[in-house]
Design a protein around this ligand. Structure first.
Ligand SMILES: *[C@@H]1O[C@H](CO)[C@@H](O)[C@H](O)[C@H]1NC(C)=O
Length: 402
């Protein structure tokens, strides 16, 4: 059993569990004077294991005066503060090449995200969409160009965060990217970030027409956001799961819970890290399309304690729940002598712990999960991991009679 769990974790880790948009310095936009916590350069966020993939936000202009796109990475690189390639509005951000390569060397995925709240990238024909795909391939991905904003770094794919412009012709764009990528030596990802109301106004038709690897559904700023997780009339992950399995051309498309990483990161939908972890684990246990959690954005997550790390820890610990009904033979090895001796001695005044398994320190418990420890039955109040019953995260349900 341990082997299969381990194997499952290895397989799961092939796909990112936690995504963080990077580029827009959302923290700086909501905390203009706290410059110390403004968005840092990309490699800062790759030093630890909490975020597995970074869509770079955003490519907000498809065709500048020179026929090239433009990008805006807020305080890190933009068309006003950095040099542009001659005759274009495309900033030369080649100082980020080593950052991107350092992240990729750690197994992290770095993609270019097209669109954004103020972007309005759209096409007048399939041919124009294909031409744009050729440009994206040459400028950011596996092609070649003298105007590569990230120099020798080869990004890992394209994310579509379309929130304006026309929804037409995007399937021609995606198909053309796929066609370039089909002969390549590495995997290129195509992802999208629809808003939670289904179907999405801008991405609805393209995600139905061509296969995506993942969708990062924005469960915020909307009635169907995370604030409504416990309201079955509003929370609609089931609709997205059903889309994944019955409509999407890629039936293995992964659906992510997109979440604000701090209270000011979105107008609505923010929940604490422990609540988000609980919701994510519950969603994973209900819907097989669940892929992980997307955070808006990296700057907010890192200024908000260990927000991203908590979510990563919850998702990577396999998650759920109560260990199997029969206690593991070696369960005593999880309980140190110190921990046992500091536990109040059992006072068997009634109640039975039945078949509930002993608490173990390498399982994440979500609210409502039960475990036995020190002669008592404990119920988790909220998501926790490695917290010995007796602290704040469990309440004592009853004593156990053995
Ligand atoms: C882009 O910037 C780098 C670093 O400043 C520089 O070496 C390179 O020549 C620039 N590329 C172009 C085409 O201007």
């Amino acid at each position: 059993m341990k082997l299969t769990t381990h194997l499952a974790l290895i397989l799961a880790s092939l796909f990112p569990l936690v995504l963080g948009y990077w580029g827009q310095n959302s923290y700086g936009a909501t905390h203009t004077s706290d410059t110390a916590n403004w968005q840092k350069t990309l490699s800062f966020y790759c030093q630890d294991n909490s975020i597995d993939a970074f869509p770079l936000a955003f490519l907000d202009v498809a065709f500048d005066t020179g026929g090239l796109p433009s990008i805006n990475l807020a305080n890190i690189c933009n068309v006003n503060d950095d040099s542009v390639f001659p005759g274009t509005d495309l900033p030369n951000c080649s100082f980020l090449a080593s950052d991107i390569q350092a992240c990729q060397a750690k197994g992290k995925i770095v993609t270019i995200s097209i669109g954004g709240a103020t972007g309005a990238v759209s096409f007048t024909s399939d041919a124009q969409a294909q031409q744009f795909a050729d440009t994206i391939w040459n400028v950011f991905l596996g092609g070649s160009s003298s105007t590569r904003p990230f120099g020798s770094a080869v990004l890992d794919g394209v994310d579509l965060d379309l929130e304006g412009g026309s929804p037409s012709h995007w399937s021609a764009f995606v198909t053309q990217i796929r066609s370039h990528a089909s002969g390549a030596s590495k995997k290129y990802y195509i992802t999208g970030a629809p808003q939670c109301p289904f179907p999405d106004a801008y991405l609805g038709s393209v995600i139905n027409a061509v296969g995506f690897d993942a969708v990062y559904v924005q469960f915020y700023n909307n009635y169907c956001g995370l604030q409504a997780f416990n309201d079955p009339n509003s929370w609609n992950f089931a609709q997205w799961d059903n889309w994944a399995k019955t409509v999407s051309p890629n039936k293995n498309v992964k659906v992510y819970i997109g979440a604000p990483a701090a209270s000011l990161a979105a107008g609505s939908g923010y929940v604490s890290a422990s609540t988000l972890a609980t919701y994510a684990l519950q969603t994973r246990s209900q819907y097989s399309s669940f892929g992980g959690v997307m955070l808006w954005d990296a700057s907010q997550a890192y200024a908000n304690g260990n927000f991203a790390a908590s979510i990563k820890s919850a998702l990577s610990n396999g998650g759920t729940s109560v260990p199997a009904t029969s206690p593991p033979a070696s369960s005593t090895s999880h309980t140190t002598t110190t921990a046992s001796s500091s536990t109040p001695s059992p006072s068997p005044t009634g109640g039975s712990c039945g078949t509930v398994a002993p608490w173990v320190n390498n399982v994440a418990y979500v609210g409502g999960n039960q475990a036995t420890y020190g002669g008592h039955l404990w119920t988790a109040k909220w998501w926790n991991y490695g917290e010995i019953p007796g602290g704040n995260s469990f309440y004592m349900s009853s004593a156990c009679l053995s």
